[in-house]
Design a protein around this ligand. Structure first.
Ligand SMILES: *Cc1c(COP(=O)(O)O)cnc(C)c1O
Length: 226
């Protein structure tokens, strides 16, 4: 079951890369394992999946402890409360959901200097939804340069969770806006960002068509969450 799912997701990624003239190896797969057991993660790891995304801090840290013998790249993709930044800074390789300047500053202060830099993406609230976290477009332009200067962080790109659109055209339109914002910010930065974290189980084709470099897939790999 898990093996078939992973193989199918990989096959789809390759086909979409081909269809939209993208290099297949420029698109990375993050397996989103929230609410799934350490045992399932281990099985996916043994099938060659090394990047996992988690949303809930304590759950993630428990699983990291069970899986410390595996060389996993851990991606934090959940909402960030400011009193939890230290644990996030110390226990992940990537944070995709940086949604305020203050959070970036705290992660920078709390990332241990003996560790490699913490890779971050800034979350953009692309559909300007009340219910969603993230910077809006103008805040991003205002803060990205400042965040790029933070010494313990490596500003890698943008992350988006669009409103759920059902048609390919609508999905693509939204991801194109993220891409445009990415290009605008990059034009102002000395060190260019290289990551567009966008696309989930239901919109990965549109995300790849729009230039995604990291897709975050949960359901299509691990099945439904209860
Ligand atoms: C849960 C989650 C995903 C995975 O969603 P699926 O629809 O299960 O593929 C991706 N990104 C974020 C931020 C999530 O919270």
């Amino acid at each position: 079951m898990l093996e078939e799912n992973i193989n199918l997701v990989r096959k789809n990624m390759q086909q979409f890369a081909l269809k939209y003239n993208r290099k297949a190896d420029a698109i990375n797969l993050i397996a989103v394992s929230k609410k799934k057991s350490a045992m399932l993660i281990r099985q996916a790891y043994q099938l060659g999946q090394h990047d996992f995304g988690e949303n809930y801090l304590q759950e993630a840290i428990d699983k990291q402890c069970d899986l410390r013998d595996c060389k996993i790249n851990w991606h934090y993709i959940g909402q960030i409360q400011s009193n939890k930044t230290r644990l996030i800074a110390e226990n992940f390789n990537w944070v995709h959901s940086v949604d305020r300047l203050k959070i970036a500053q705290r992660l920078n202060e709390q990332r241990d200097v003996t560790q490699s830099k913490l890779n971050i993406c800034l979350q953009i609230n692309i559909d300007n939804e009340e219910s969603k976290a993230g910077f809006n477009q103008s805040e991003l332009l205002e803060h990205a340069e400042q965040i790029a200067e933070l010494k313990q962080l490596e500003l890698r790109g943008l992350m988006a969770i669009p409103a759920s659109h059902t048609t390919f055209a609508k999905q693509k339109e939204t991801f194109d806006k993220v891409r445009k914002s990415f290009d605008e910010i990059n034009a102002k930065l000395n060190k260019k960002m290289d990551t567009l974290s966008m696309g989930m189980s239901n919109d990965m084709e549109a995300a790849i068509a729009a230039g995604s470099t990291m897709i975050r897939i949960g359901t299509a790999i691990f099945g439904r969450r209860d």
